[in-house]
Structures are given as C-alpha cells and as structure tokens.
Design a protein around this ligand. Structure first.
Ligand code: NAD
Length: 262
C-alpha cells in the first residue's frame, strides 16, 4: 500500500487547465515529483474550494519550481507561447493537455456557437497542444511524453452530452493517432479517462457530487461508491508519463471507480 514516488527532477511539465480541478491536482503531483511545472490556464486563480494559492505559488511554497502562463488553449498562438516559455526551463518533456469545458444541453438545443466553443477548447486545444509539443521535442532531439485528459464520455453516451461526448471521442482518437505517428520519434501519447470527479467544471458540482452519489441522485453510481476527487487522476497521469509506462502508448487509462464495468 502507499503511493508511488516518481522523480521528475530536471524535467519540464506543461499542464493546461492547471489552475483548478484535475489539472491542478496533476500539476501539484508533478511539482511534488520534482518537475518544473508550467501551468497554462485562462485563469490564474483557482476555482477549487479551499484552494488558497494559485497552482504555481502552491508548488513554490513546497520548494518546487513553477510558472503561470496565461493561455487560451483554443488559440494555437497561445500554445506556441507556452511551449516557448517551457524552453526557458530547457524545453517541454511532458505535455498534459487537460483543459476542457462542459456545457449541459440536450442534443436538440445545442447551437452552432456552443458546438464550436466546446470543440475549439476540448478538441483543437488537445490537437495543437500535442502537435506543438511533439514538434518542439523532435526539433530539440528530446522525445518526451504527451498525456491527454479524455473521459468516460470518450466511450459512453450520456443524456444531454452529445456535443461533449463528441469532443472526448475525438480526444481518444487524437491520442491513438498521434501515438501511432509519433512512436518512431520516441514520443508516447496516452490519456487518462476520468469518471465522475468532484470539480467545478459544472458550477457548484464539487459541493454536491459525493452527496448526490450517496443519495443515488446520479443516473448511475460507480461501483466504488463515491465520486472521484481530482487527486484520483493525478497518480495515473504521472504514472503514464513515467519510465514505468515506457511500453504504453495510445492507451486510455480509465480512472472511473468502475463506472464502465456495467
Ligand atoms: P475544472 O473546471 O475544475 O478545471 C478546468 C480548468 O481548465 C480550469 O482551471 C479552467 O480555467 C481551465 N480552462 C477552461 N477553459 C480553458 C481554455 N480555453 N484555455 C486554458 N484553460 C482553460 O474542470 P475539471 O473537471 O478539472 O476538468 C479538467 C478536464 O477533465 C477537462 O478536460 C474535463 O473535460 C475532464 N473531465 C472531467 C470530469 C469530471 O467529472 N470533472 C470527468 C471526465 C473528464
């Protein structure tokens, strides 16, 4: 039992959407593992309840190295600037394309603007985040690893989520396709696929997620019997980037409390 310690000293990890929720937990865990962390988010402040310090400050408090670069992942120019910022520390070794948004809307009501918005963040952000990081790694001759945040929605349809599911299905195929093309360069590409995780992605969700599961208000309970927390995703993400996962590429690692078993 116990958690695994990884050593990412001298490695530079970019985490998109690292200010809150799953991305913040991943960023903090990489920081604890000795990595220099670049948090690329549209907001510097965290939305997490009780999360007092912005992510980069929290890492520095714990004697780590970190920087915040204000970034909208839907704009490839912003992503270029993030990769350049990572070069100041030696260049990106691990690119975590995590930023994502959610809109709750039935299939028949989604507007073209809402469709475009969610796809530019959730799909374009992951696509060009992966492409730009890979090109930089290849140019520097230092292959690393790419981790994307997919979802149970990469595999399973849920009511009111067609537009979101389609973005996460795309993340699954970007992960597999990029893994295929980048393997010859020594770059591995994998994804974590979280289940129901208590974060602020749906406004106020974290406050009620665990209670909702206890009270069986959710359509489906994960067999493990609780909502996940962001920290549940951090270890698996760091593992996929580690040398222990050297022979793993193109994989979606389900981290969902067994949600997809039945
Ligand atoms: P969150 O809202 O707590 O955090 C998302 C972070 O992304 C925030 O810091 C936000 O500022 C940032 N962000 C949003 N748009 C951005 C943009 N255009 N550019 C840069 N940063 C941006 O949400 P979360 O639940 O931690 O979600 C993180 C990822 O996990 C998303 O890709 C989401 O789809 C995925 N996911 C979440 C769950 C869940 O149940 N919470 C389940 C499966 C997958």
């Amino acid at each position: 039992m116990g958690t695994t310690s990884y050593d990412f000293s001298n490695e530079v990890v970019v985490v998109t959407g690292g200010s809150s929720g799953i991305g913040r937990a991943i960023a903090l865990r990489f920081g604890e593992s000795g990595a220099t962390v670049v948090n690329a988010d549209i907001d510097e402040e965290t939305k997490d309840p009780g999360g007092e310090l912005p992510t980069h400050r929290a890492i520095e408090e714990r004697d780590g190295d970190a920087e915040f670069v204000r970034t909208d992942v839907s704009d490839p120019d912003d992503l270029v600037a993030v990769i350049e910022a990572a070069r100041d520390f030696g260049g990106v070794d691990v690119m975590v394309n995590n930023a994502g948004i959610y809109i709750d809307r039935p299939f028949r009501e989604v507007t073209p603007e809402e469709f475009d918005k969610i796809h530019t963040v959730n799909v374009r952000g992951v696509y060009f985040g992966s492409q730009l990081a890979a090109n930089d790694m290849i140019e520097r001759g230092e292959p690393g690893s790419i981790i994307n945040t997919a979802s149970i929605s990469s595999n399973v349809a849920q009511p009111g989520q067609v537009h979101y599911d389609s973005t996460k299905g795309a993340v699954q195929m970007i992960t597999r396709g990029a893994a295929l093309e980048l393997a010859e360069h020594g770059i591995r590409v994998n994804a974590v696929a979280p289940g129901v995780i208590a974060t602020e992605i749906m406004e106020g969700w974290s406050k009620g997620a665990t209670d909702a599961i206890k009270n069986e208000e959710l359509v489906k309970r994960p067999p493990i019997g609780r909502a996940g927390v962001p920290e549940d995703i951090a270890g698996p993400a760091v593992f996929l980037a580690s040398d222990d996962a050297d022979y793993i590429t193109g994989t979606l690692l389900d981290v969902d409390g067994g949600w997809q078993i039945f």
